[in-house]
Design a binder for this molecule. Structure first.
Ligand code: UDP
Length: 329
């Protein structure tokens, strides 16, 4: 990062990833403005930042175009993280999901361009790949989705529209924009309220409740530590050749959900039972899960030398420590 003090706008900055991003940007000497409607973001996440010099918080929606226009006009760069998060929200509230993701990103891109092509990071997701069995996923791989009657895929499709719009602004308007496809990202401040597996398992383990594995637990994921992910996002923004490009951001350490449950149980020294629950019971009718989800991270490794540094066991310990300290999750 250059030495001039940058003004940065973080949409969704009171969220799990956004709040860690804000902390790191402040540590690096930036001024940070957050807009967050606290729909899934939490004041507690940014409470430690409120007294720091250069930090401003607006409790408002990115759909408030007048305010967004003002905030974008005052900023040098935008990290756009605001979106409806979590599979549970997506299945339960598809209208809001689609509207916020598509119209919100359109607003950010349009205003960034209107105010002189300000640099933008767009937070996308591994959900974009859908359920393609060809894992690990590379950025150029085909997307494989289910029917539009299966609401899960609405999130994937909406985020893909965001990517199309970002690339279109880059190609047609020279807007400097970089897209990060985030794979499962975990760490302190992530809530299990919207379905995310790790905080759920750790809380269940710590309270002695059954650890709820959905399906048969044979499905796999990779989990990367939020601090590592945030570092990668900032480095991509500071790497000019990244503009107009899409990067996977995630870890390559694959683990099945059943193994994750066992790992959490062992590390926390829990006496919880591990039980299985059908997808119908967990999410209702019409839900489809993906069996594997692993990134190929060659592109980001070659670009900025990204390596997911934090091992899963250390992440589980950090999450457990945070839940024990705050009583949250
Ligand atoms: N999952 C689970 N128990 C839970 C919550 C989630 O077994 O209490 C499973 C879920 O079905 C999925 C995996 O854990 O296979 C990861 O779920 P999450 O919602 O965290 O992320 P995503 O499905 O987006 O990868």
């Amino acid at each position: 990062m250059s030495n001039a003090i940058k003004n940065i706008l973080v949409t969704g900055g009171a969220g799990f990833i956004g709040s860690h991003l804000c902390g790191t940007l402040l540590d690096r000497g930036c001024r940070v403005t957050v807009i967050d409607d606290l729909s899934t973001g939490r004041m507690e996440n940014i409470a430690p930042l409120l007294n720091r010099a250069g930090f401003l918080f607006f409790k408002n929606s990115i759909m408030n175009k007048g305010l967004m226009d003002h905030l974008v006009s005052e900023t040098d760069e935008i990290y756009h993280l605001a979106a409806v998060v979590g599979v549970k929200n997506i299945v339960e509230d598809p209208v809001r999901t689609l509207h916020t993701i598509i119209v919100g990103t359109d607003t950010v891109l349009e205003l960034a361009h209107a105010h002189g092509n300000k640099k933008v990071f767009i937070a996308s997701t591994s959900e974009v790949y859908g359920k393609s069995p060809d894992c690990p996923y590379s950025e150029e791989d085909d997307r494989v989705l289910g029917s539009t009657t299966r609401s899960r895929w609405s999130y994937s499709s909406a985020k893909a529209v965001d990517e199309y719009m970002a690339l279109a602004y880059f190609n047609k308007e020279n807007l400097p924009v970089v897209i990060g496809r985030l794979f499962n990202t975990v760490g302190p401040r992530q809530t299990g309220q919207y379905g995310m597996v790790l905080p759920r398992f750790v809380r269940q383990a710590l309270t002695g409740s059954p650890i709820t594995v959905y399906g048969d637990g044979g499905q796999s994921r990779t989990f990367s530590y939020v601090v590592d992910v945030v570092g990668a996002i900032i480095e991509l923004m500071d790497y000019p050749p990244a503009m107009g490009e899409i990067f996977n951001i995630g870890s390559e350490e694959e683990i099945t959900i059943m193994e994750l449950a066992e790992r959490v149980k062992t590390i926390t020294g829990s006496s919880s039972d591990i039980i299985t629950i059908t997808y119908e019971e967990a999410y209702g009718e019409g839900f489809e899960d993906m069996q594997r989800r692993v990134p190929n991270i060659s592109k980001i490794r070659d670009a900025i030398g990204f390596e997911p540094k934090t091992a899963l066991d250390d992440i589980i310990r950090a999450v457990a420590e945070w839940i024990e300290k705050t009583g949250r999750a």
